[in-house]
Design a protein around this ligand. Structure first.
Ligand code: GDP
Length: 299
């Protein structure tokens, strides 16, 4: 929690400084609520949540003095209310092995790093893990995944640079079945520049996975970079349509001023949030807790 609190300190100070500057021993009026709403929207929390918070404050509190602490308490409660339904652990124990997780997301959002961290987490729980270097386009991505494999004791299935991603996914599914691993984590490319190509590739990857197991991929996890703010909402929309995203990981929540975007995403999409990334290290992946996030962002 300390890491999250520290990571969100920039997001939270924008909010708490704003709140302290508005709610100064004055009686609550409409102008103050208007100002608060602006601050909440600027903090990327989304219009719906911003309005819910001001709405709640307006109820029975007009013409009464209200302290910044009271406002922050309402902020924390409302944020938790939005996040609680989406805070869902990743359940890898439903059905037969291998449990197949397809990781999708725009390049640079932290897909490969998240796979590495997850691989470590699963290994420490006694699960056998295999990684598939499905971002065949970028040699660096393949190399990076191999390093994570070595570090976490997971076997890595990879091909030559430029190899067919669907072919690789097919081989990885076979290898995972043959060697009876518990979990297969498949990396993918995230070139948003050419959406049609990306769509075709992801569709093909999913189709060949289903040849081995019609129920797979069991999870399609989208990584979102918290520092990109509102862009993350578009990415949820695009990858949701193309790949049928089933859950989210929000990365880079260490040191961003835009962490509020997670609240906007939760309120708009109701997609489960499994983990958050709070650093580049192997242990910097935390199970998502609505309560911790809410109290960290409310300061
Ligand atoms: P990919 O292109 O989506 O596979 O992204 P990478 O996994 O290569 O990550 C891109 C960069 O973001 C790398 O430098 C990672 O170390 C960094 N990164 C990933 N997750 C986090 C995180 O939670 N916090 C921070 N600070 N950096 C991260």
């Amino acid at each position: 929690f300390q890491k999250l609190k520290q990571g969100l300190s920039r997001s939270s100070s924008a909010l708490t400084d704003g709140i302290s500057s508005i709610f100064t021993k004055r009686k609550l009026d409409a102008a103050m609520l208007e100002e608060l709403e602006d601050i909440l929207i600027q903090a990327d929390l989304g219009v719906d949540t911003a309005m819910a918070i001001t709405e709640r404050l307006s109820q029975g509190r007009f013409d009464k003095e209200i302290s910044p602490e009271e406002v922050r308490a309402v902020l924390s409660e409302e944020v938790e209310k939005v996040l609680a339904p989406v805070a869902m652990p990743l359940d890898l124990n439903r059905g037969k092995s291998p449990h197949v997780v397809l990781m999708v997301g725009v390049n640079g959002t932290g897909k490969t790093t998240t796979i590495g961290k997850l691989s470590q987490k699963l290994a420490s729980e006694g699960k056998t893990v295999m990684l598939a270097a499905g971002d065949t386009f970028r040699a660096a991505a393949v190399e990076q995944l191999k390093i994570w494999g070595q570090r976490t004791g997971a076997k890595v299935i990879s091909g030559d640079t430029g190899a067919d991603a669907a072919g690789l996914a097919y081989d990885a599914m076979k290898a995972a079945k043959d060697s009876n691993v518990d979990v297969l984590l498949i990396d993918t490319a995230g070139r948003l520049q050419n959406k049609t190509e990306l769509m075709d590739e992801l569709e093909k990857v999913i189709r060949v996975i289903k040849k081995h197991d019609p129920d797979a991929p069991h999870d399609v996890i989208l990584t979102l970079d918290a520092t990109t703010g509102q862009n993350a909402l578009n990415q949820v929309e695009i990858f949701g349509r193309v790949a049928g995203v089933t859950g989210l990981v929000m990365t880079k929540l260490d040191g961003t001023a835009r962490g509020g975007i997670l609240v906007a995403i939760a309120s708009k999409n109701q997609l489960p949030v499994h983990f958050i990334g709070v650093g580049e290290g192997v242990d910097d992946l935390e199970a998502f807790s609505a309560k911790d996030f809410a109290s960290a962002i409310a300061g």
